[in-house]
Design a protein around this ligand. Structure first.
Ligand code: IMP
Length: 205
């Protein structure tokens, strides 16, 4: 049987791992995550852009393991807030990190803003580093509107306050399957797939 490449997903976020595993289900790689590599130290996400952070994360885990590695950096950009929360989406309302507190802060900041000015987008930048250190970067986006209150129980993060006019649902009200077809993460990782298929089996696989 042909040897499969081991691909390390540079995240400890179980929500992301679940989504990315589904998106990459048809690619012949063995996907492992940082949960399997507890000795890899955390990396500071201090870049000014999603691109900088994703490159930093992917290189960091590749340098520590020698495995082909893939990282994503993602977040929410709201037009009326000049692109905030952007790269600080995860810790928008400060520590300890809480999805509910982030959503509450966002809704408060947009209090009174009319629907036509509540445009936002989810952004995901995915970076692949081959075991030889070659890098590919792809960006995906999903456009929508910020609601005035949370709705739905699926997904994670800002999903309950991110409304898709076409589907007439928040992302948290969507089937997981549908989210995985249209999301910013789906767009970025689908664009990475042709490069994943070119990966040679990793020497440490
Ligand atoms: P990262 O781990 O630095 O990429 O942080 C991403 C943060 O952006 C998450 O903690 C969420 O708050 C937000 N985010 C990214 N992708 C999504 C998504 O698909 N749905 C909702 N929120 C998301």
């Amino acid at each position: 049987m042909a040897e499969r490449t081991k691909l390390l997903l540079a995240t400890r976020n179980e929500n992301k791992v679940r989504e990315i595993k589904r998106i990459l289900a048809d690619v012949p790689v063995d996907l492992v995550s940082l949960a399997d590599f507890p000795d890899v130290p955390p990396v500071e996400e201090d870049g000014a852009t999603f691109e900088e952070n994703a490159v930093k994360k992917a290189l960091h885990v590749w340098q520590h393991t020698g495995l082909a590695s893939i990282a994503d950096d993602s977040g929410l950009e709201v037009d009326a807030l000049d692109g905030a929360p952007g790269v600080i989406s995860a810790r928008f309302a400060g520590e300890p990190v809480s999805y509910e507190a982030n959503n509450e802060k966002l809704l408060k900041m947009l209090d009174g803003v009319p629907e036509e000015d509540r445009k936002a987008k989810f952004v995901c930048v995915a970076v692949l580093v081959s075991c030889k250190g070659k890098m590919v970067l792809q960006r995906g986006e999903l456009k929508g509107l910020i609601t005035d209150r949370p709705r739905g129980a699926g997904g994670f993060g800002y999903d309950p306050v991110f409304y898709l006019p076409r589907q007439k649902k928040t992302v948290a009200e969507l089937d997981a399957e549908i989210k995985n077809e249209i999301s910013h993460r789906a767009h970025a990782f689908t664009a990475i797939k042709p490069f994943l298929r070119l990966l040679a089996p990793s020497p440490k696989a």
